[in-house]
Design a protein around this ligand. Structure first.
Ligand SMILES: Nc1ncnc2c1ncn2[C@@H]1O[C@H](COP(=O)(O)OP(=O)(O)O)[C@@H](O)[C@H]1O
Ligand SMILES: O=C(O)C1=C[C@@H](OP(=O)(O)O)[C@@H](O)[C@H](O)C1
Ligand SMILES: [Mg+2]
Length: 197
């Protein structure tokens, strides 16, 4: 058998992701990897990447901490809702939300109607290790940010559990491995993503 024939016989080419039919919406805690994994997933699928926080920052020409301190969290949540509604309507792709977005029933309804929600589930220690060195999350600007993260985690998990799909993010899985896991989970949803043999 020639080398070429051998290669063709031994390499199994599995199904590959094809056309995206609904926007994939990443939800979960700060540090879960919604932005990083969402961006890598969009690149893998060759579809637009959208991040609600980035859109809000660009529109306001201010950072998230600046918006929180100047206009307050309720204003940020209003902008977040408007941006999510607009992005879901305008374009199909991967949409990474901020950690608080999926708590709002209105947002959950918009997301469920316009896309598929994917909860990136990570343990508190993993989340903490990813956010502890960053000062970009105003909700963690407290005297005990780890305790605050734990409180947010406990209060929010019941909402994230409402997501359509759950993908576990442990401390070992790289961003590309997380993309593989999300794609694996999406095999259950041919209404979202078509696959080609
Ligand atoms: N699976 C992963 N492996 C390694 N680093 C990760 C992983 N997921 C996220 N990170 C890193 O953790 C930090 C927080 O991730 P980010 O995507 O901003 O989270 P989120 O948008 O959910 O708050 C970033 O520095 C990111 O590169
Ligand atoms: O958890 C939250 O309420 C928030 C998470 C942040 O986004 P990431 O989850 O992408 O860090 C950002 O939207 C804002 O700081 C509020
Ligand atoms: Mg993010």
């Amino acid at each position: 058998m020639s080398e070429k024939e051998q290669t063709e016989e031994t390499v199994t080419v599995g199904p590959t992701p094809g056309r995206l039919k609904k926007t994939i919406v990443m939800v979960g805690m700060m540090g879960a990897g919604k932005t990083a994994v969402g961006r890598a997933l969009a690149a893998r699928l060759d579809v637009p990447f959208l991040d609600s926080d980035h859109e809000i920052e660009a529109a306001a020409n201010m950072s998230i901490p600046e918006i929180f301190s100047r206009d307050g969290e309720p204003f940020f949540r209003l902008k977040e809702r408007q941006v999510i509604a607009r992005l879901l309507e305008e374009e199909r792709g991967v949409l990474s939300t901020g950690g608080g977005a999926f708590l709002s029933e209105e947002n959950r309804t918009l997301i469920t109607e316009g896309g598929v929600s994917v909860w990136l589930q990570a343990d508190l220690e993993v989340l903490w290790n990813r956010v502890r060195h960053r000062d970009s999350r105003p909700l963690l600007r407290t005297s005990d940010p780890k305790a605050t993260l734990r409180e947010l985690y406990d209060a929010r998990v019941p909402f994230y559990e409402k997501a359509d799909l759950t993908v576990k993010s442990d401390g070992q899985a790289s961003i590309e491995t997380m993309v593989d896991r999300v794609l694996e989970a999406l095999k259950e949803r041919p209404d979202v993503l078509e696959w080609t043999k």
